[in-house]
Design a protein around this ligand. Structure first.
Ligand SMILES: *[C@@H]1O[C@H](CO)[C@@H](O)[C@H](O)[C@H]1NC(C)=O
Ligand SMILES: *[C@@H]1O[C@H](CO)[C@@H](O)[C@H](O)[C@H]1NC(C)=O
Ligand SMILES: *[C@@H]1O[C@H](CO)[C@@H](O)[C@H](O)[C@H]1NC(C)=O
Ligand SMILES: *[C@@H]1O[C@H](CO)[C@@H](O)[C@H](O)[C@H]1NC(C)=O
Length: 497
C-alpha cells in the first residue's frame, strides 16, 4: 500500500510541478526518479522479478483495418511548412471490451519509403509521451516554435533514414486512453509490453505494406525497459507461431535504464566525477548504500547521503548537466528565431501549447473521444506501476543469441542515466571485445566513441549530448541511427553530412 501511496504522491508532485517554470523540461526524468525511489523502498510491492511476457492465450486479436489507413492520413498540421513525405495519425484499438486505444503518429521516410526500414520510437517515464519528446523535440520531422502554434523543420529528422512510428503508451499517456479507468491503476511493464504488441499487430494490418519490412525498435531512458520487453514479446510469439509474425531485426536504446544496481551506482559515480557532489557524500554513498536487487532497506546513513546528493543536483538540469534552464516559459507572440542545432530548454512549453490546441488535435485525429483532462508530456492519470524488473540483461543476451542487432548509446553529458551507468551495466554482461574502443567521426570531428562486443553488441557514446540525444546533437544522432539501420559499423562514419 505504501508504494501505492508513494506513487500517488509522486504523480501528485508531478502535477504540482507542472505549474512551476522550468519544470516541464524535467518531467521525463522526474517520473523515472519516482519509480526508482519507490523500487528502493523496503515496503515496495513493485514486482522486480524477471520479465515474463503475458501469454496471449488465443494470440492477439487483430481487428479489420480496412479503410483506416486512408482515414488516418494527415493533410497538413496547423502552422506546418510544406514537406514531401506523408504523415499519419490516429487510434488503434487494443482492447474492445475495455475500450482501450493507443494513439500513434507516423512519419514516412523523406525518400525511398518502399525500401527503408520501419523504426518504432518509444519514450520512457514511465508515463511519458513519444509525441511530446521523440516526435516534437528529438527526432521527429518538426519542432514547435516559441509561439506555440507554428512548426519548423528538423533537418536531421530520423525519417531521412527510416519510416518512423511514434507511439503513446501505455493507456493514460498523452492521447492514448482507456474507457475503463481501472486500467490506469494497473500500469506496469508487463501490461505495457502486451499492449504494445497488440498495437503493432493491428497497426501492421492497417499498413500491410510494412508487414514484411525490416523492423527495428528504438527508445531512450525508461524505454530501456519497454524496448527489450516488446522485442522479447515479439520473439516469444514468433517462436510460438513458428513464423516471423513481425520481422524484428534489432533494437537500439539510449541513456537507457538497464540494470538497477549498476544504473544507481553509475549515477552517483558520475555526480562525483563531474564535481556535482562532494567527495565526502560520494564516499558515504559508496560505504553505506547497497543497490543490489535483494538489498535490505537502505540505512539512514545511505539515505542522508543520497538526500545530500539530491540537494546538490536539484538546481541544475540533470539530463544535460551543462544546459541552461528555461528562464521564461511564456509563449511569444512572434516565433523566436529558432534552430535545430540550438536546443531551446523551454520547448516543452511550446509543445504543450501546440498539442493542446483543438485545431492541432483535429488535424492529428487525436482526442476524438474528448478526454476530460488535458494532453500532458508525462501522464497525470496513471496511478500505479505494478512491475518493473530489476534488470534487462537476460533479455539483451537473448537478442544476441537470436541474431538481433543490439546497439546501446549514451549521450555523455546526461547525469540521470549517465555513460558510467551504461558502461557498468554492459560490463556486468562480461562480454569479450570484438573491436576495441575507438573514436567515430563526423565532419572530421569526434562524434563519440564506440566499442563492439562479441555476439554483436555495439556500444557508442555521443559527445556533448544530454539524456535526449537527438535534441542536443541532432547531426550525430542521425549519423548513429543511419549506421545502425544500414548494418555498417559506426567506426566507418567518417563522412560529412
Ligand atoms: C470509448 O468510449 C467512447 C464514448 O463512448 C467511444 O466513442 C469510443 O469508441 C470508446 N473507445 C474504444 C476504444 O472503444
Ligand atoms: C517450423 O517451420 C519450419 C519451416 O517452415 C518447419 O520445417 C518445421 O517443421 C516447423 N516446426 C514446427 C514445430 O512446426
Ligand atoms: C509570463 O506571463 C505572465 C502572465 O502573462 C506574466 O505575469 C509574467 O511576468 C511573464 N513572465 C516573464 C518572465 O515575462
Ligand atoms: C480533449 O478535448 C477536450 C475537449 O475539447 C479538452 O478539454 C481536453 O483537454 C482534451 N484532452 C486531451 C488529452 O487532449
Amino acid at each position: 500500500m505504501e508504494t501505492k501511496a508513494c506513487l500517488v504522491l509522486l504523480f501528485f508532485f508531478l502535477f504540482l510541478s507542472s505549474f512551476l517554470p522550468q519544470s516541464q523540461g524535467k518531467r521525463q526524468g522526474e517520473a523515472l526518479d519516482n519509480l526508482f525511489k519507490a523500487k528502493l523502498n523496503k515496503h515496495s510491492t513493485i514486482d522486480k522479478s524477471h520479465f515474463e511476457p503475458i501469454s496471449l492465450v488465443h494470440g492477439a486479436k487483430v481487428l479489420s483495418q480496412v479503410g483506416l489507413q486512408e482515414r488516418d492520413r494527415i493533410e497538413k498540421l496547423p502552422g506546418q511548412p510544406a514537406v514531401g513525405f506523408t504523415q499519419y495519425g490516429g487510434y488503434v484499438t487494443i482492447d474492445e471490451s475495455a475500450g482501450r486505444a493507443f494513439y500513434y503518429y507516423f512519419a514516412e521516410a523523406q525518400h525511398s519509403k518502399q525500401s527503408l526500414p520501419l523504426l518504432l520510437w518509444l519514450n520512457g517515464g514511465p508515463g511519458c509521451s513519444s509525441l511530446a519528446y521523440g516526435a516534437m523535440q528529438e527526432l521527429g520531422p518538426f519542432r514547435v516554435h516559441s509561439d506555440g502554434k507554428t512548426l519548423f523543420k528538423n533537418r536531421f529528422a530520423w525519417n531521412h533514414a527510416a519510416n518512423v512510428l511514434f507511439l503513446e503508451s501505455p493507456a493514460g499517456v498523452g492521447f492514448s486512453y482507456s474507457n475503463t479507468t481501472s486500467d490506469y491503476e494497473k500500469g506496469g511493464d508487463k501490461r505495457t509490453a502486451a499492449d504494445n504488441y497488440v498495437f503493432l499487430l493491428n497497426w501492421l494490418e492497417r499498413f500491410p505494406e510494412y508487414k514484411k519490412r525490416d523492423f527495428y525498435i528504438s527508445g531512450e531512458s525508461y524505454a530501456g525497459h519497454y524496448v527489450p520487453e516488446l522485442a522479447h514479446t515479439i520473439l516469444h510469439h514468433n517462436k510460438k507461431a513458428n513464423t516471423s509474425l513481425i520481422n524484428l531485426k534489432g533494437i537500439i536504446i539510449g541513456n537507457a535504464v538497464i540494470n538497477d544496481e549498476t544504473d544507481n551506482q553509475g549515477m552517483y559515480d558520475y555526480f562525483a566525477s563531474h564535481a556535482l557532489i562532494s567527495d565526502e557524500t560520494s564516499h558515504q554513498i559508496n560505504k553505506y548504500c547497497d543497490f543490489s536487487p535483494n538489498a535490505p532497506s537502505e540505512s539512514d546513513q545511505c539515505n542522508n547521503a543520497a538526500n545530500e546528493a539530491n540537494l546538490n543536483v536539484f538546481p541544475i538540469d540533470i539530463y544535460n548537466i551543462y544546459a541552461p534552464l528555461c528562464s521564461n516559459p511564456n509563449l511569444t507572440a512572434m516565433p523566436k528565431k529558432a534552430s535545430v542545432r540550438f536546443f531551446d530548454p523551454c520547448s516543452d512549453n511550446y509543445v504543450y501549447a501546440y498539442l493542446n490546441r483543438p485545431d492541432v488535435q483535429k488535424a492529428l485525429h487525436a482526442n476524438v473521444t474528448k478526454l476530460n483532462y488535458d494532453w500532458e508530456p508525462c501522464s497525470d492519470v496513471i496511478q500505479t506501476w505494478e512491475d518493473s524488473p530489476s534488470t534487462m540483461i537476460p533479455l539483451l543476451r537473448e537478442f544476441m543469441e537470436n541474431g538481433l542487432r543490439v546497439w546501446i548509446f549514451s549521450g555523455d553529458i546526461d547525469g540521470r542515466v549517465p555513460v558510467t551507468s551504461t558502461k557498468y551495466s554492459i560490463n556486468k554482461m562480461k562480454l569479450s571485445v570484438k573491436s576495441p574502443w575507438q573514436p567515430w567521426y563526423l565532419n572530421t570531428q569526434v562524434g563519440g566513441y564506440t566499442q563492439v562486443y562479441k555476439g554483436d553488441l555495439t556500444f557508442a557514446t555521443v559527445r556533448g549530448a544530454g539524456h535526449q540525444v537527438p535534441s542536443y546533437q541532432p547531426t550525430r544522432a542521425l549519423t548513429l541511427i543511419s549506421y545502425f539501420l544500414s548494418g555498417k559499423p559506426l567506426s566507418d562514419a567518417t563522412w560529412g553530412n
